[in-house]
Design a protein around this ligand. Structure first.
Ligand code: TSJ
Length: 642
């Protein structure tokens, strides 16, 4: 009978099967097994501590990247309950860790848990995808510990010491047989935790990198919460009023909003549901926008700033230059949309709308100076929109007359299969010429750009349509801009920016990306925008095929490989490419355009906050952040990709 001592009961078998399913199809639970999925593991664990903070019992969370990419998360909450769970007959702590979706379903109301989506899938998923996990709990006067390997309990919870403190500590090592990489990016985690700290007023979050050569530490704690968030987002912009407007409604549907207008022309609204960034917006955002439009129009009319005959200001006019963060808590959120980041609960629209109506109209009555400054800006936006409409019609009419909608400089491709078609936007006439000669004209189109690019951050839509640099891009892509942008009309599956690997190239790349970000955002969201990566070096030697290297790492590897074949560095001649113009058409094709060899970097827009910060930093008036940015630019491309 000894034999059966370690056998599992029915519930435990279910548990093991559940976690086995996670290991078989990890993507379904954490999105992907790329570096992005890897970072999700950390968020998943930290979310538990943030829940404890939201419940009012935790004031500090410490995250550490230890040597060997081990993650440690420590909080000073109550500690996960250690008593025996009535159903599974194992400790509550072990249950959270081994039962799929067990998070938040025990120990009373633990706040606003999320059902579905990438977040809130639970610590059990992290456990299943980790080589090992160690959980240490301090509560009830003791220190308790349990250990797991690849989701299976190897040491059940046991008391290992005495303590008069409380809190939870988790250490884990992600499974390298599941993830493509275990290399955490400090900057990515740092950004996420900064955001978390903004969203949870007064909560202190620290992050420390202890890996050799990468030592770094950051600490976030914002007494101002969302107000601090908006001030942070606007730090390189010029505000129209000194203090952000703050709206808070407590109760069953907690709502918190901070907003501040700047002299910028763009609209930057970030929305969160249960601390999750709802990139695609949803009903909460809808309620906010509706209220904003109504309150400002009502105020303008009742204070004679706008005459009855002028009609209403449009939502777009009222949101020009706004920076806002909206955070709501919803008990059972329904997430929809392509990336499951769009709130669907219809009742939320009215709740947010009512809350904002009351608070915002009160605020405007009490702060007429601020109301006036904002409305003046809205009215000027409205005039500019009218001018833009006229400019657009002019362009349309002109195109109709010329009987072509394609820009003269565009060398189009012959294929009619949109998905396989690509347009290379190339900096400089000479590189454009080489690209035209080197391309496969069946599916590759070339659009050369030259001269100084318009800075879209500093221009309104009317300037964009008439701009001789951007108009060809708009026409070539073929789907319009702004609210008129229609992704179904795009003429190419891939829009590829090809610029030199130097500072000027990075400038034009960023200007174009800013333009796409501001005026064709769905193009980025849909993954149609790419950066071509030209090689930095060519290695050649008599009797050897030329070898191209795209990074310094590549170069070192190539040298090593050649050395292993007995070829010394001195025998190899190296050419450093300073620009695309130095390559002849064949070389350009072989290294940068031929799908068999080229390296394309897909631009993704998942982290809109990060991107906006980068764009604002680069485009803003202050010189210092711009210089820093250009220095860090190669990194920016990688960060965008995460
Ligand atoms: F889940 C986990 F293991 F991933 C994890 C949980 C990881 C980390 C770093 C922290 C936590 C966590 C859980 N911190 N604090 C808590 N709190 C509870 O689980 C808790 C404590 C007490 C009570 C209660 O009703 O007494 C209820 C809960 C949910």
């Amino acid at each position: 009978m000894e034999k059966f001592e370690h056998s599992y009961n029915a519930e435990q078998i279910q548990v093991l099967e559940g976690l086995e399913a996670v290991r078989k199809r990890p993507g379904m639970y954490i999105g992907s097994v790329s570096v992005r999925g890897l970072h999700h593991l950390v968020y998943e664990i930290v979310d538990n501590s943030v829940d404890e903070a939201l419940a009012g019992y935790c004031t500090e969370i410490n995250v550490t990247i230890e040597e060997g990419n081990i993650i440690k998360v420590v909080d000073n909450g109550r500690g996960i309950p250690v008593d025996i769970h009535p159903k599974t007959h194992i400790s509550a702590a072990e249950t959270v860790y081994t039962v799929l979706h067990a998070g938040g379903k025990f120990g009373g109301d633990s706040g606003y848990k999320v059902s579905g989506g990438l977040h809130g899938v639970g610590s059990s998923v992290v456990n299943a995808l980790s080589k090992w996990t160690e959980v240490t709990i301090q509560r009830d006067g003791g220190i308790f510990q349990m250990k797991f390997e690849r989701g299976k309990t190897v040491e059940s919870l046991k008391k290992i010491g005495e303590s008069n403190k409380t809190g939870t500590t988790v250490r884990f090592l992600a499974d390298d047989t599941i993830f493509e990489t275990l290399e955490y990016e400090f900057d990515v985690l740092e950004n996420r935790f900064r955001e978390m700290a903004f969203l949870t007023k007064g909560l202190k979050i620290t992050i420390e990198d202890k890996r050799e050569g990468k030592e770094k530490k950051s600490e976030f704690c914002f007494e101002g919460g969302l107000i601090s968030f908006v001030e942070y987002l606007n730090k390189n912009k010029e505000a129209l009023h000194q203090k952000p407007i703050y709206i808070e409604k407590k109760g069953e549907f907690p709502i918190e909003i901070a907003l501040q207008y700047t002299t910028a022309y763009s609209e930057n609204i970030y929305s969160f549901v249960n601390n999750i960034n709802t990139i695609e917006g949803g009903t909460h955002l809808e309620g906010f926008k509706r209220s904003l439009t109504k309150v400002f129009n009502d105020y303008a009319k009742s204070h004679n700033i706008l005459k009855e005959k002028d009609g209403n200001l449009l939502g777009d006019d009222i949101r020009e230059g706004i920076t806002a963060v909206i955070s709501v808590k919803v008990k059972e959120p329904q997430f929809e949309g392509q990336t499951k980041t769009k709130l669907g609960n219809s009742e939320v629209t009215g709740i947010v709308q009512t809350a904002v109506n009351d608070s915002l109209s009160n605020f405007l009555e009490e702060n007429p100076q601020v109301a006036k400054a904002i409305l003046e800006k809205c009215i000027s936006a409205s005039r500019a929109r009218e001018a833009a409409r006229k400019a657009r019609e002019l362009v349309r009419r002109k195109n109709a007359l010329e009987n072509t909608t394609l820009p003269g400089k565009l060398a189009d491709c012959s294929s009619n299969n949109r998905d396989e078609c690509e347009v290379y936007i190339v900096e400089g006439d000479s590189a454009g010429g080489s690209a035209k000669q080197g391309r496969d004209r069946r599916f590759q189109a070339i659009l050369p750009l030259w001269g100084k690019m318009l800075n879209v951050e500093k221009a309104r839509a009317d300037k964009i349509y008439g701009n001789d640099k951007l108009n060809p891009v708009i026409l070539a892509v073929g789907a319009g801009i702004g609210n008129d942008f229609d992704i179904t009309k795009i003429r190419y599956g891939k829009v590829i920016i090809m610029a030199d690997a130097d500072v000027d190239g990075s400038h034009i790349r960023t200007l174009l990306l800013t333009f796409f970000f501001r005026y064709m955002r769905p193009l980025i969201e849909n993954g149609n925008v790419y950066l071509a990566q030209p090689p930095l070096y060519k290695l050649s030697k008599k009797g050897m095929e030329d070898k191209y290297c795209y990074t310094d790492d590549d170069l070192n590897k190539a040298y090593k490989e050649l050395e292993e074949k007995g070829i010394a560095r001195e025998q190899i001649s190296i050419q450093r490419y300073k620009g695309l113009g130095e390559m002849n058409p064949e070389q350009l094709w072989e290294t940068t355009m031929n799908p068999e060899n080229r390296i394309l970097i897909q631009v993704t827009m998942d982290d809109a906050i990060k991107a906006d910060e980068i764009f604002t930093t680069l485009m803003g008036d202050e010189v210092e952040p711009r210089r820093d940015f250009i220095i860090k630019n190669s990194k920016f491309v990688r960060n965008l990709d995460i």
